[in-house]
Design a protein around this ligand. Structure first.
Ligand SMILES: CC[C@H](C)[C@H](NC(=O)[C@H](C)NC(=O)[C@@H](CCSC)NC[C@@H](N)Cc1ccccc1)C(=O)O
Length: 329
């Protein structure tokens, strides 16, 4: 069996990618953010304070004949951007891309931080990280993909995120026609719950890859490519107008700049992120100053290959073989 779901950028800056998920009987369809950087499926619900839930599609377990309270279980998560949410837990049927998991832990939010309250285009997250990262207590729950894996044709899923166009999450199969290049595989380290891996080197503007390795995570739930300061500086030294903007908390530059590409080596392949993918968006509507897709990871302490990097590739999250595959798109 397999599953295939379309995913769409949330806005003109490709800030998040939204995928429709059906929960319960009859189906309640919610727009969710698939997040390989976390391991909990949580949703805005009938238990979320009305003031916080206004503008969001919500899940009502009481309206689902297949919902069951997981009594005594609670959850609480904090994310790298200091956002957070918490609540209690139900199990219900969760269908993604036509594939149904009968008894999936659906974490219902009784509290959400302001970032989520304001982000009305999504109603929660589908964690696609490793089960070890799940935050339900007293008994941690499995992710939707972990529950699905044994029934899928292959225990893997792919992410094909695109700039300002519809992409896909495919489960149980690899559609190689989505990529131009060969898939290069490298071991994935799931010990922290993330999809950790090591890139073997990098280059700016199509130069030959150096041999400075970069260890980081593949995180569909993070917008940017977050790398060490020395790499960020090496990149923006090629961008005449680049400067750090305190209010934007990142490097900005004239939108008219012709940005160099950024390449990294992984699994014997080279993934090149084109310059236009590295110009994320004007800092505000109509501004001629733009915000960079590559920013520093120094404040987080972990390198994150977020959507800016993932958009350049077809990425295979291969749980069965504990490996990540990358192919140029
Ligand atoms: C370091 C961050 C905290 C504290 C750490 N939490 C994590 O690592 C969580 C699971 N993952 C995340 O915070 C990050 C990845 C690791 S960053 C250190 N990805 C998920 C994030 N993008 C989800 C999100 C999506 C849309 C809007 C907001 C947030 C922990 O629990 O220890």
């Amino acid at each position: 069996q397999t599953g295939s779901a379309n995913t769409n950028p949330s806005d003109s800056a490709d800030d998040e990618y939204i995928t429709s998920v059906s929960i319960g009987t009859p189906a309640q369809v919610l727009p969710l953010d698939f997040d390989t950087g976390s391991s909990d499926l949580w949703v805005f619900s009938s238990e979320t304070p009305k003031s916080s839930a206004s503008g969001h599609v919500t899940y009502s377990p009481s309206k689902s004949s297949t919902a069951k309270k997981l009594s005594g279980s609670t959850w609480s998560i904090e994310y790298g951007d200091k956002s957070s949410s918490s609540g209690d837990v139900y199990t219900d049927i969760v269908t993604i891309g036509g594939f149904s998991v009968k008894t999936q832990a659906v974490e219902s939010a009784t509290k959400v931080s302001t970032q989520f309250v304001q982000d009305t285009v999504i109603s929660g997250l589908v964690g696609l990280g490793f089960d070890v990262g799940n935050q339900v207590s007293p008994r941690p729950q499995k992710t939707w993909f972990s529950n699905a894996a044994s029934s899928l044709a292959e225990p893997l899923f792919t992410a094909d995120l695109r700039h300002q166009e519809t992409g896909s999450y495919n489960f149980g199969f690899i559609d190689t026609s989505l990529a131009k290049g060969t898939i290069g595989y490298t071991p994935a380290d799931g010990s922290e719950g993330y999809w950790g891996f090591t890139a073997t080197g990098y280059s700016v503007g199509g130069a030959k890859l150096n041999r400075n390795s970069i260890t980081g995570i593949a995180d569909t739930g993070t917008t940017l490519l977050l790398l060490p300061d020395n790499i960020v500086d090496a990149y923006y030294n090629n961008v005449e107008s680049a400067e750090y903007d305190d209010s934007q908390e990142g490097v900005v530059f004239d939108c008219s700049e012709d940005l160099p590409s950024f390449s990294f080596g992984v699994g014997g392949q080279t993934i090149t992120i084109s310059g236009d993918l590295l110009n994320l968006t004007p800092i505000e509507e109509g501004s001629s100053t733009c915000f960079g897709g590559l920013q520093s990871s120094a404040d987080i302490g972990i390198n994150i290959f977020g959507d800016v990097a993932l958009k350049a590739a077809l990425v295979v999250f291969d749980l069965g073989n504990e490996r990540l595959g990358w192919a140029q798109k």
